[in-house]
Design a protein around this ligand. Structure first.
Ligand code: CTP
Ligand code: MG
Length: 230
């Protein structure tokens, strides 16, 4: 019964604008992808990591991450797809093909490189407890407005019922497989599962699980983790 983490890392990082795929960008000397994979294994619950790497960097990623796996586990690297969902689909197919006892699948963005291992452990524990799909979330600090095409406010949803969603998102392997076989499109994996009629459970996320998207985010991460922490 293996827990397998799929790590979509094939994006170009255009909003970051660092001149290389975002997953390979270093923060205080350590690339985001290395940090993300390290965190997954440090949770103590992940045996296999399947990385969807930038197509031009598959060999480099393999060399940089192979030694991070614990005894009995492994890092698998393949070439990612055009969209994030393509990368996840390719990684999922690979996992189901080569890791036959895959029971729980996590999907974790390389861009959320600083996610505390405790959050990862919490997601796995909730799937083990019987939930088909689990996402880490945070409360929403800002008031959110829904606007129309002209930018005019249409409504103000009650903030108390809103959450920001992070990764890793955790699934029973069969649940995620069925969702990706359905042909439905969604912006994230839990959204896809949700559209397939599966209830998605939430567990506490963490501010450090923020997604590195812009130069501002990178600067925040560099300042927060300057002391050698994750
Ligand atoms: N991703 C992927 N394959 C793609 C696109 C994205 O594996 N074709 C991954 C990214 O590497 C990232 C995660 O999905 O870890 C979330 O995507 P995002 O934050 O949008 O990263 P990028 O696509 O790299 O950034 P941008 O959209 O600014 O180019
Ligand atoms: Mg993107």
């Amino acid at each position: 019964m293996s827990v397998v983490a799929l790590v979509p890392a094939a994006g170009r990082g255009e909003r970051l604008g660092y001149g290389m795929p975002k997953a390979l960008v270093p923060v205080n000397g350590v690339p985001l992808l290395t940090r993300a994979v390290r965190g997954l294994f440090e949770s103590g619950h992940v045996q296999h990591v399947v990385i969807a790497a930038p197509p031009s960097d598959v060999d480099q990623v393999h060399t940089a991450t192979a030694s991070l796996a614990p005894a009995g586990g492994a890092v698998h690297v393949l070439s990612g797809g055009a969209q994030r969902s393509d990368s996840v689909r390719l990684a999922l197919e690979h996992a189901l093909r080569v890791i036959p006892d895959t029971s729980i699948v996590l999907v974790h963005d390389a861009a959320r490189a600083f996610t505390p291992p405790e959050v990862i452990a919490g997601v796995v524990a909730a799937v083990r407890d019987g939930f088909d799909a689990v996402v880490p979330v945070l409360p929403v600090a800002d008031t959110i407005k829904q606007v129309d095409e002209a930018g005019v406010v249409v409504s103000t949803p009650d903030r108390a019922g809103l959450r920001v969603v992070q990764t890793p998102q955790g699934f029973r392997a069969e649940t995620l497989k069925a969702a990706y076989s359905s042909g439905i499109a969604a912006t994230d994996d839990a959204g896809l599962v949700e559209k397939n009629g599966v209830a998605v459970h939430t567990v506490p996320g963490h501010p450090h699980a923020m997604k590195i998207t812009t130069p501002f985010d990178l600067a925040v991460a560099a300042a927060l983790f300057s002391g050698g922490q994750r």
